[in-house]
Design a protein around this ligand. Sequence first.
Ligand code: PSU
Ligand code: MN
Length: 297
Amino acid sequence: MDSLWRIGDEVKAALEDGRGVVALETAVLTHGLPYPDNLETMHRMAQAVRQAGAVPAVMGILRGRPVVGLTPGDWEALLDRPEKCSIRDIGLAVARGVNGGTTVALTAYMAHQVGITVFATGGIGGVHRGAEKTWDVSTDLYLLAQVPITVVSAGAKSILDLPKTAEFLESLGIPVLGFQTDELPGFYVRTTGLPVTGRVDQVSEVIAVRHAMNRAHLSQALLVVQPGPESVSPALVDRLIDEALHEAAMHGVRGKATTPYLLGYLNERAGDQLKAANIALLVANAGLAGAIAAYHA
Ligand code: PSU
Ligand code: MN
């Protein structure tokens, strides 16, 4: 039977040669950042992975075909009426032949299927604010409990309930390593007062932890978090997020539309400062993931 996954030539060669490969998601391209910042950011992330000595593997569903290693030309093609595709969406997306930007959950899953062990993103999905009423908990968390991949992020966004997200990660047995930090970063803000499972200061320590987890046959992801290079004032972020949540409630936004709505509000309505911070941390995370993948190889 033909494989469902189409693997790009460069990624295939890198995997065969045992070179470092870093998975990159595309929900941030299709639903996370406005055009043309989204395309520009993908270029910069891919470049950061290469500069660190690894090969980028951009994931997405192109006209119904899940692809590992989309080319820059594919990124543009993906922007034609894309759907946001998480784990449960892959069946319909393939059957209907649509374009899909893949979330952290689906990207991590695809990476694992093809043997990629490192992944960079901006912020993982988590437990949403008000989850005690809505039950809105990202599939990202459940999937990361099932896939032994190393994920670099700037924590989870403050649009989420960060203390609940941290508790949920603990419940699922997912360790959080602070890279040169003792605290869980809050995406736009560098500190949250929430502890990490442990602090590491070197790439070699990340590899040692992952290696030990693998030897223990754990299925869990290893989350590596680092604060973004540009910090926004926590008071400003809080105010903007309150506004965004209020708008979302007024418009009855629910389900998978929630995260893109909130991100869209923050990136487009809240001025360039948040967007610039978002892009800077995406690029920095790609660089660290590249260094981890290259070292590992
Ligand atoms: N966080 C970001 N930018 C993003 C996302 C999260 O800073 O673009 C995307 C990721 O693809 C993540 C998804 O996997 O949102 C989570 O969506 P949900 O909350 O619906 O599970
Ligand atoms: Mn949700």
